[in-house]
Design a protein around this ligand. Structure first.
Ligand code: DGL
Length: 270
């Protein structure tokens, strides 16, 4: 048993898709969430910049007594974590490997689509893991940079999102992929429009769900599951004004988080 918190971070709102799955699967766990809303997007930045941001995010989270940290961001998991292995005492987990394994299990026709930020797609992280899982799998990868802005701007279920999705997802539809990895943690918020464009027959892989399942297994096998939640079970921090984050975050998490997020000066943790 281990009642310490789990730390979660993302460049903004997207990591809440991971948090939501964790809250459902592990209701006794206490979580501290950091959204780097002042420096989003990470997906268009260079590898060195994302590594620098990631280090400060982890340094901030390490001011809490944590049993694990989840990089709830596809970009960080793809391009920064491979450079930071072994650099911290606290175990740090990404969202890429578990989602790739889930997709390899789900596909029936062997063709898997991957969508993510420019950085994630350029890294080839999903393609490499999928090839290792099963070398006969065919992968079609497309960067969808505008998706993040649609989500952060509150347009996830609007017509504008569908029009952009039509453009971005055309190569996925043409490839005949029967499984699509939502390789950016913001994208599960676009699930509805993605399904409208690709059809119900395409299985969508939510990296948040796969990561939550994996951490549950890891904590259970190490006897580190929490027995009781802290009185302030969920804490939220952001690096810019919390107003938009808490407004959209409340809708998404289906619980009010207005007034719960605090702003931190993340530059202090470089
Ligand atoms: N949450 C990020 C990811 O999963 C996308 C947003 C960004 O570009 O920072 O890749």
């Amino acid at each position: 048993m281990d009642n310490r918190r789990i730390g979660l971070f993302d460049s903004g709102l997207g990591g809440l898709t991971v948090m939501k799955e964790l809250m459902a699967l592990l209701p006794n766990e206490s979580i501290v969430y950091f959204g780097d809303t002042g420096r989003i997007p990470y997906g268009s930045k260079s590898v060195n910049t994302v590594i620098k941001y990631t280090k400060s995010d982890i340094n901030f989270l390490n001011t809490f007594d944590l049993k694990a940290i989840i990089a709830a961001c596809g970009t960080v998991s793809s391009i920064a974590l491979p450079h930071l292995r072994g650099a911290y005492d606290v175990p740090i987990m990404g969202v890429v490997a578990s989602a790739a394994r889930a997709a390899a299990r789900a596909t029936k026709n062997g063709c898997i689509g991957v969508i993510g930020t420019a950085g994630t797609i350029r890294s080839g992280a999903y393609r490499k893991i999928l090839a290792k899982e099963n070398p006969v799998l065919r992968t079609v990868a497309v960067a969808c940079p505008l998706f993040v802005h649609l989500v952060e701007g509150g347009f996830a279920t609007k017509e504008a999102a569908r029009l952009v999705a039509e453009e971005y997802l055309a190569p996925i539809r043409e490839s005949g992929a029967d499984t699509l990895i939502l390789g950016c943690t913001h994208y599960p918020l676009l699930r509805q429009v993605i399904t409208q464009v690709l059809g119900e027959h395409v299985t969508l892989i939510n990296p948040g769900y796969s990561a939550a399942l994996e951490i549950k297994e890891k904590l259970a096998s190490a006897d580190m599951l929490a027995e009781t939640p802290a009185h302030d079970q969920y804490r939220f921090y952001v690096s810019d004004d919390p107003a938009d984050f808490t407004r959209l975050g409340s809708v998404f998490l289906e619980r009010p988080i207005e007034g719960l997020a605090e702003q931190v000066d993340i530059e202090q943790y470089l």
